[in-house]
Design a protein around this ligand. Structure first.
Ligand SMILES: Cc1cc2nc3c(=O)[nH]c(=O)nc-3n(C[C@H](O)[C@H](O)[C@H](O)COP(=O)(O)OP(=O)(O)OC[C@H]3O[C@@H](n4cnc5c(N)ncnc54)[C@H](O)[C@@H]3O)c2cc1C
Length: 312
């Protein structure tokens, strides 16, 4: 079988898998390469309740269905595959995969997603998915009438604290500095909210509980005083790391290292498109990733068709 494809998609999260479905269904020979497990961040989510058409399901089951759907149209999926090198600047793009060989394509869609920044504590790993979350939109409702903590002091931390106060009985914002890094109007809105309290200048030491989270332990950085904040949920909003390190110096990235793409999701390199959480955008959800995958695939199809029609 030839290693020449119409399109190669890097990343098999919801953005990449959706792009694969559209491209393969349009009879474009398509290969998805994922350095990890197909399904992306979805497989970390125990319950997904905000994906239209599915009332509630595990992320893993939605991921499996997406992979099956992409393969049903002939899309090939390589997972746990280490990319050794790639060249995406020329007309013919190439990707070399360890133990597999070198694949070429006319178009490439970068759908490598990202990861929420974590505090790096061992106890954080223990309670991930058992009280600790990184997404208020995804998990806020599960903490209706509960006391929770929001970690962080930037725009998204305070915006999400306000949004979480719609569900929770009390939200304690724990921040590492004695001042916020958020816009003044967001700080004002959060401060005017009677359900939100603040613990400033804190170092988070650990998360405590049994099977589920019960409290957040922090220390005042100035006085050394130890604080125990009862919390059934803790939302960590201390930033987001897009998986774009391999594209630095090749693709145009913004100051947060997110890929800059236009409304058709074209990047600065002809034939290279970006989709999903790795690109510059505000809202990161499965639905927005899937929408990106659709747009990037349709743009890639148009690009491939135009090239076919182009004089040699
Ligand atoms: C715990 C958790 C719960 C969530 N819950 C919800 C929810 O309930 N509802 C909701 O809408 N959203 C939820 N989200 C957010 C949602 O999962 C993401 O917005 C979505 O998965 C982003 O899709 P993506 O395809 O852009 O990227 P990802 O899902 O991040 O997938 C990217 C894929 O690319 C691969 N990859 C990375 N680098 C490379 C590389 N260099 N080459 C090849 N492959 C690479 C990764 O292994 C990964 O499989 C949740 C996120 C988390 C972490």
């Amino acid at each position: 079988m030839s290693n020449a494809y119409d399109a190669i998609i890097l990343g098999a999260g919801p953005a990449g898998l959706t792009a694969g479905i559209y491209l393969a269904r349009a009879r474009k020979r398509t290969l998805i390469i994922d350095e990890g497990t197909a399904g992306g961040q979805m497989i970390l989510s125990h319950t997904i309740a905000n994906y239209p058409g599915i009332i509630e399901a595990t992320g893993a089951s939605i991921a499996r269905t997406m992979v099956k759907q992409a393969k049903s149209f002939g899309c090939e999926v390589l997972s746990q595959s280490k990319i050794l090198q790639m060249s995406i600047e020329g007309e013919v793009k190439t990707v070399e995969v360890e133990y597999e060989g070198t694949y070429s394509a006319q178009a490439v869609i970068i759908a490598t997603g990202g990861v929420p920044r974590s505090l790096g504590l061992a106890s954080e790993q223990k309670y991930k998915g058992h009280g600790i979350s990184y997404c208020a939109t995804c998990d806020g409702e599960f903490f209706t009438d509960k006391e929770i903590v929001a970690v962080g002091g930037g725009n998204s931390a305070l915006e999400e604290a306000v949004s979480l106060s719609r569900y929770a009985s009390k939200v304690t914002v724990i921040h590492e500095f004695d001042h916020f890094q958020a816009q003044p109007w967001i700080v004002e809105e959060a401060k005017a909210n009677s359900k939100i309290e603040y613990l400033m200048n804190q170092r988070i030491e650990s998360f405590e509980g049994g099977d589920k989270l019960e409290s957040v332990i922090s220390t005042d950085k100035a006085t050394g005083e130890k604080n125990t904040t009862p919390a059934e949920g803790c939302f960590v909003f201390i930033g987001y790391i897009p998986n774009t390190a391999s594209f630095e110096g090749v693709l145009k990235l913004n100051e947060r290292k997110e890929i800059v793409a236009d409304e058709n999701l074209a990047t600065n390199i002809p034939g290279v498109f970006a989709a999903g959480d790795n690109r510059s955008k505000k809202f990161r959800q499965i639905t927005t990733a899937v929408a990106d995958g659709t747009v990037a695939a349709l743009s890639a199809i148009e690009y491939i068709e135009k090239r076919k029609g182009a004089p040699a």
